[in-house]
Design a protein around this ligand. Structure first.
Ligand code: PLP
Length: 465
């Protein structure tokens, strides 16, 4: 018998938690040895837009957990929905011609808030699983069209679509591909519409058109009769909140239409109000065939993801498809669906989509614009409540674009360190500092956030001088 198992009689100290964590918990996207040396930050509670750690420090959560806590922390309506559903029916599956009321009601509600033409949903548990479903569905669709050779799905370098074999393959994170022999066959990539990396010296909108036409070049290179779909995030999130020029998405739509290929909008981050519309494709003006969702559908209170299925694919699956040999034990989990229902109703009741579009989104944009005067900031971008600022050595080089710091200085990580030490959770992607705060944020809280950001930028600048 293991006599070292703690009884939890005495409250654990931070050091206790850190030791047990390092001994047993393999964290995602983590260098295990580095973590063991430093010790984890233990987050113990949260309310509204704030977190508290095991030492009692308060942190402003400018990342909504991991881009997901759209309604903020501590919303009792979601807690009640989970509790009641757990009492009533904690689990039943949706295989074998059965279903549960919360799953049906959620499917119905999603059809109401989705863009026109979306009447069906397939449930999964996460964004990665949703994108695995996308691969299965897209290939099944083309089989049913009598074109099984249409297999290739095109994604983008530096796009992020999750961490399963299919999700990581659709994504364009080369460091992920390097572990595990990825991408899987039938997936190709084009460059991202990131002006600072690929469009320096060009007019931004002309660059947007050029970047979209890389898709056309790729389709012609592969052969249009072999290309099944294109997948992209309306605004790349994990890649560094890269907001494409306005010309980009309409041109992508034109190209998909021209070659008849399916358009998949990965809305795991941009869904449920983040960009000031229910879905990011509405902000960007595209008409996708499939929409991947997760995160904001439950505000992260419990796991849920899936795919909204547009008419073109749904009709083929339903009318011609017979049995679709795919599904997860927890597809349509009643507790997750009950929480999602409460979450979406709360987003509606609080008017959060309009709040982002008409109030805090434009206010954040103004504040980020003003940040450009800071000596460290070379560029800023926002879309709704997603924002990025680029830390740079010079605001403008000979081509008019910002000049990067030497990567070995790890300026982004330096800044992130100051953020944590000063009560702010902000993420660094290279030297792009990014935020995506809860949608319930107020103007006064944006002012507070900007004060914290400026303080951390000043501290970073002082280190570099
Ligand atoms: N797609 C996008 C756009 C994401 O940002 C993420 C996660 O951040 C995923 C998919 C994967 O979602 P999950 O981590 O829930 O599997």
């Amino acid at each position: 018998m293991n006599t070292n198992i703690p009884t939890h009689a005495a409250p654990r100290t931070t050091a206790d938690w850190q030791a047990a964590d390092a001994a047993h918990f393999l964290h995602p996207f983590t260098d295990f040895q580095a973590l063991a040396r430093k010790g984890s930050r233990i987050i113990t509670r949260a309310h509204d837009v704030y977190l508290w750690d095991s030492e009692g420090h308060q942190l402003f959560d400018a990342m909504s957990g991991l881009w997901c806590v759209n309604v903020g922390y501590g919303q009792e309506a979601l807690v009640d929905a989970a509790t009641q559903q757990m009492r009533q029916l904690p689990f039943y599956n949706s295989f074998f011609q059965t279903t549960t009321p919360p799953a049906v009601e959620l499917a119905e509600l999603l059809a109401q808030i989705s863009p026109p033409g979306f009447q069906h949903v397939f449930f999964a548990n996460s964004g990665s699983e949703g994108n695995d479903t996308v691969v299965r569905m897209v290939r099944r669709y083309w089989d049913l069209q009598g074109q099984p050779e249409r297999q290739v799905i095109i994604g983008r370098w530096n796009g992020y679509h999750g961490s399963t074999m299919a999700g990581a393959s659709l994504g364009g994170m080369k460091y992920m591909h390097a572990q595990g022999g990825l991408p899987i066959p039938g997936i190709d990539h084009i460059d991202q519409p990131y002006w600072i990396e690929h469009g320096r010296g060009m007019d931004r909108e002309a660059f947007g058109l050029k970047a979209a036409r890389w898709l056309e070049d790729k389709i012609l290179e592969i052969g249009a009769d072999k290309v099944a779909a294109f997948i992209g995030e309306p605004v790349q999130g994990a890649g560094g909140v890269i907001v494409p020029p306005a010309s980009y998405w309409p041109e992508i739509q034109r190209i998909c239409d021209r070659y008849g290929i399916l358009l998949v909008s990965d809305e795991v981050i941009t869904g449920f109000g983040r960009t000031g519309n229910w879905f990011g494709c509405q902000t960007m003006g595209t008409r996708p065939d499939l929409i991947t969702f997760a995160k904001g559908v439950t505000s992260g209170y419990v796991p849920l993801g899936g795919v909204l299925v547009g008419e073109r694919v749904a009709k083929a699956l339903i009318e011609q498809g017979g049995e679709f040999e795919h599904g997860y034990t927890y597809s349509g989990h009643p507790v997750a669906c009950a929480v999602a229902l409460a979450n979406i109703r709360l987003i509606r009741q609080l008017g959060l989509v309009e709040h982002v579009r008409e109030d805090v989104g434009p206010y954040l944009a103004q504040q980020f614009e003003a940040l450009r005067a800071h000596p460290l900031i070379g560029d800023t971008q926002t879309c709704g409540l997603m924002g990025a600022m680029l830390l740079c050595k010079d605001k403008a080089g000979p081509d008019g674009a910002p000049v990067a710091f030497d990567a070995s200085l790890e300026v982004g990580m330096l800044c992130r360190g100051h953020c944590f030490a000063n009560g702010l959770v902000m993420r660094a992607v290279g030297d792009r500092m990014i935020i995506a705060p809860p949608l319930v944020i107020t103007r006064a809280q944006i002012d507070e956030l900007m004060g914290l950001i400026r303080r951390c930028l000043d501290l970073t600048l002082a280190d570099l001088r």
